[in-house]
Design a protein around this ligand. Sequence first.
Ligand code: BES
Ligand code: ZN
Length: 622
Amino acid sequence: MSLARIAPLALVAGCCGEAKQPAQPVVVIEPLRHDVHSFAAPARVAVKHLVLSLDVDFAQKTLAGTARLELERRDPGAAEVLLDADGLTVSGVVACDSKQALPFTLSPPAPVLGEKLAITLGEAACVEVTYRTGPDASALLWVEPAGTSGKQHPMLFTQSQARNARSWIPLQDTPGVRFTYEATIRVPAGLRALMSAENPAAVGPDGAWHFTMPHPIPSYLMALAAGDFAFRPIGARTGVYAEPALVDKAAWEFAEVDQMMAAAEELYGPYRWGRYDVLVLPPSFPYGGMENPMLTFLTPTVITGDRALVSLIAHELAHSWSGNLVTNSTWSDVWLNEGFTTYVERRIMERVRGAEHVEVEWYLSTQDLARMLREGGHDGKDPDSVLAQDIPVTRDPEDVSGGYAYDKGAWLLRTLERAFGRERFDAFLKARFDRRAFQATDSRAFEAEATAQLYGTADRTGLPDLRAWLHDPGVPMPVPEPIPPRVQLIEDQARAFVTAGTAISPRDWSTLDWVIFLRALPADITLARLQSLDAAHRLTATTNPEIAMHWLPIMVRADGKEAVPAIEEFLTHVGRLRMVRRLYLEMLQRPAWRELALSIFERAAPLYHPVTRGAIADAVGP
Ligand code: BES
Ligand code: ZN
């Protein structure tokens, strides 16, 4: 279904011509919005620098050690510093210099927020907390050797976004606070530690791994992994870490990363973080990618051998500007991170792969938006589709259906680009990245700067309604997007196959082409048709997880029981939330499949990261 059929026309694309007014400099000094999802009160005392020293204990499944927090007292009268914690056992707090014990209290846990760690400061401007992580730390996945590709060594990795850093470090866990950090990490001999920081080439003389992050970052970008990792350089400032058996394949798949960096720098100014490496994790990594600075964490499920899914790298790299450099000050404005990044990702891909390729991605994103709006109910006005959200304290920001932030956010920016012209819009974005570098911002500030610098005082007739885009539900998309030729070709084949059983010719199809084809199959396609497709193209047996994630739910819908072994295999190996959620949902809805879903989940849950485990448990219900 095209988006235009569900979202009424608001204006006509391409109508709006070029700049009406030269960009005006604007001085905006906004107080940051209060983040209800953190106990921190950074206007009084803020963390400026963190010195972390941790032992990684695979037997106990804990991190234990000290976090030393250097503070800035912004309110001279402030008597305490408020930190976030979640499940941490705090055994003591001392002033850094005098080593004198400081009084502290840890509140009982609150839902979503965790615990408030209040430390009485006295004269101290630096506190050292001795602690260990709890058994259910929401950021941590302890991977057994069986869950790795090498099967010999255990692995650990963190996922801190959105509010999970507090489960492994006591800190001010809000994206509005930035700090630099250093870390000393001890792991068992033979394993390597990696962080979102400058990574050393070798273990230190003291047997520990030492890290430095010289740029101020928000807490959700704190990241650590420990395991049997090898390294392959790609370019002079890029490379891949992965388990030894995967590292060459990964380096081949991601070889375009240097071109992506060059494209991003031409568009938005210098890459400010030094190196850009990626770390390929096991299939239990709960996301496609996570933009940990200097070291993106990645799912292996995008390594399909045809470089079809590497826009994921462009996305995580794009966060080096949108998100890591200019950051949403609360999760209510997550579109400022993800919508900007989705837009920047496609600008990068356009330069690297050409306009034709990227039009397919834009088109798929209108399909995604249409589907989200359809499934979100409220007559196309799903309240979650508001970009400038106000997520209440009772709601976990990670549970707010994230898709709108990505696709609606990106379409808002593309709509502005079309309205004001590329040259002018690019200058606006680049200036914004420069002016707000290493700072947090919010939707209100964006509205003000776009109004002042793009709209000016000129007549608004025919221009996008920025207020509606930001504050109203639904998507005021201008016109239906034309269907890209590649999509048309494949959808035509899908139609002929569905209606007449006409054989398809997928010899030159990439992973993305298969996705287009599978998405075009109607919900009521017969099992017999699917079986003939499977016989010809062996889809149930695919080792390509992106194809499997689209194919297997189709088989469930058609009650194709022969897919059960493949479904079991898939769900007990892949823990990427986006890949497993839809398959579980399809099964849970159907009485004949529900039991199977529950029994697979029972077996798979311990293999999943807490993020995936929690989301599927919610889908299962009480
Ligand atoms: N930062 C996100 C992942 C994330 C979002 C973690 C919200 C926790 C809460 C990352 O950059 C991302 O967007 N990943 C996507 C990639 C895709 C859109 C190209 C993913 O994991 O699927
Ligand atoms: Zn992202």
